[in-house]
Write a protein that binds this ligand. Sequence first.
Ligand code: PLP
Length: 379
Amino acid sequence: MNRIYCDIAATTPIDSKVLELMEHTQEYIFGNPSSVHIFGQEAKAVVERARIQVAESLNCNSSEIIFTSGGSESNNIVLQNTLNAGDHFITSSYEHPSILKTASHLGSKGIEVTLVLPSSDGSIDKNSVYDACKSNTKLISIMGVNNELGTLNPIKEIGEFCASNNILFHSDVVQMFGKTPLNISEFNIDFLSFAGHKIYGPKGIGVLFIRKGVTLPPLIFGGGQENNLRAGTENVDAIAGFGLASEIATSNLDDNIEHLTQIENCFLNSLQKNDVDFMLNGKNRVPGICNLTFFGISGQTLLLNLDMQGIAISFGSACSSGSVKASQTLLEIGMSEEDALNTVRISFGKPHTFEDCEKVAITIANQVKKLKNTSISHG
Ligand SMILES: Cc1ncc(COP(=O)(O)O)c(C=O)c1O
């Protein structure tokens, strides 16, 4: 069976050039970057080259880039290292669990937390963030693009507000990087989190951008790697892979956006041509993440039926899939529980062709018809 993977927002396949570089690095550049001899210095050069590639892809200074184990760790570092008892923290109620669960943990340690609700269009209204501010607000964290809906948030405006009110601003751009321009010199952002496995790079590697002049205490004490913030011998081949993946993602950004827009339009048009009754959730989205409600059809059942046809989609986000609870994100934007249970996420990326998206649409149309007939015959 020819399988089609439509869960790009959960993780991407690795780019073949990235894989080639990583294999080469793993085999030949095995020195410890902290060693003084040539083997160590070669490894250090690989790490620093990758840091420059990431910095160039964001238009920032390489000293502002810290390698971490992924988006979750980058988010944790910022929240756990900037806030103290008595501080006020604002985030949104539909962030990734690595923000929400950390926020609730901080809440139990005397940090005041305000969760701002998203609007029904799937984005955060900047005014609701401004209105939530208090004299003790120390940090605001709002994701650039929501992982389930693909909706964009006004992080540029919120960043400007934070800068003029002396508030630190963090954004989780795990789903944004490589899908829309992100020239950090045009944004007032203190911290950014992103991950290699969402940009056709390796898993288990991420980045935290920390604006020059903003300091954080060490998270892991030890040999002083990563600017004394995160000790431990560097994952050199993953770092090399991340560097190249970020360069590829940003140097081909316009082509990627064009490709994703065309693929998404082809898919949605094809669903319509095949008379499928659906609703596309969220406005002002990055192309490629389609959050779709198929009325009267269980999202979980549709996922399982499509899986048997070789098509991989997701019910909710990857981190919460496996449960048949309605997605909290969808409930947060005001969707009824029934509609949320009838909703799936189908996400496209670089590998998809027009043929793929036509095939996915036709298979969905057949499955939706079949499931509708089953529910009618069951009364
Ligand atoms: C918006 C968002 N933030 C953070 C993460 C976590 O990233 P990682 O898996 O690299 O820890 C994800 C992954 O799904 C995500 O979508």
